[in-house]
Design a protein around this ligand. Structure first.
Ligand SMILES: Nc1ncnc2c1ncn2[C@@H]1O[C@H](COP(=O)(O)OP(=O)(O)OP(=O)(O)O)[C@@H](O)[C@H]1O
Ligand SMILES: [Mg+2]
Length: 241
């Protein structure tokens, strides 16, 4: 039976993809047969009439995952807005049965799945005559627990505690928090202490800020992930799906 965890950000752009790529790299390079999953991605790059899901590309390259992008990211939109709006603008509504079919396929083929959310916990995915469906509904439907990725700097205490409290309130299990863009400075260390005190959720990784990350993206993420992530801790965050 496959196991998995869902990566939720305190916001868009907090580094979910970079962290997910690092986690899957560490798992795969240690022999754990792991896949990525991102149900819907917006803001894809267009190249020679093809839409490239950038998150999926980064994760696949960093972790040597050879799965067809269409299986791990079934909905890809060019417009860089929330998926519910991109789906309306591009007239391509998300069908939940398609997401669930792909997810089931991955559960059969892989032992571990690390899924990445779009935006933050209240990111809308569907808003049409079928009703409103957000990321929290998807996480519940896929029966997953979450790891929260949070910023390290100013403002993160408020964002992170609100995200934790909301997720607890809706009954989703939180396995840990990963702090991204960490630097060894009093502000960052104090933020981490405050977040632990206020939420009682363990901080399971402090992923360093990497200057010029993009210059050598794959190697930078791999090296940092190897230093930061403890395999046993990651595996302990995974629950049967
Ligand atoms: N540790 C880091 N050091 C330096 N730059 C980083 C780090 N983490 C993320 N970034 C940069 O921040 C930006 C956002 O990161 P990322 O794409 O992982 O965010 P995200 O939460 O996945 O966003 P989205 O909501 O669009 O999926 C990227 O340009 C990425 O390269
Ligand atoms: Mg991302």
């Amino acid at each position: 039976m496959a196991k998995g965890v869902f990566i939720v950000g305190t916001d868009t752009d907090v580094g979910k993809t970079i962290i997910t790529a690092g986690l899957i790299y560490v798992l795969r390079s240690n022999g754990y047969n792991t896949s990525y999953f991102k149900g819907a991605l917006s803001g894809a790059l267009e190249k020679e009439n093809m839409l490239i899901p950038q998150d999926t590309k980064i994760v696949s390259e960093v972790s040597n995952l050879k799965e067809d992008y269409n299986n791990i990211t079934p909905y890809v939109y060019k417009t860089a807005v929330s998926p519910h709006l991109a789906a309306k603008i591009e007239n391509k509504p998300i069908k939940l049965n398609v997401i669930k079919e792909k997810y089931s396929y991955l559960k059969e083929k892989y032992d571990y799945i690390v899924a990445e959310g779009s935006g933050g916990i209240i990111c809308p995915l569907i808003d049409d005559k079928r009703g409103l469906y957000t990321l929290e509904n998807l996480i519940k439907d896929l029966k997953m627990s979450v790891i929260i990725v949070a910023r390290a700097g100013l403002g993160t205490i408020n964002h992170t505690v609100l995200t934790v409290e909301y997720i607890k309130k809706i009954g989703i299990n939180i396995k840990g928090i990963i702090i991204n863009n960490y630097k060894e400075e009093i502000l960052y260390d104090d933020n981490i202490q405050m977040i632990e005190k206020l939420t009682k959720v363990p901080i399971i990784g402090k992923f360093k800020y990497i200057e010029n990350l993009e210059n050598n993206l794959v190697e930078n993420i791999r090296k940092n992930a190897e230093e930061v992530f403890d395999i046993k801790t990651i595996i302990n965050c995974m629950e049967s799906l």
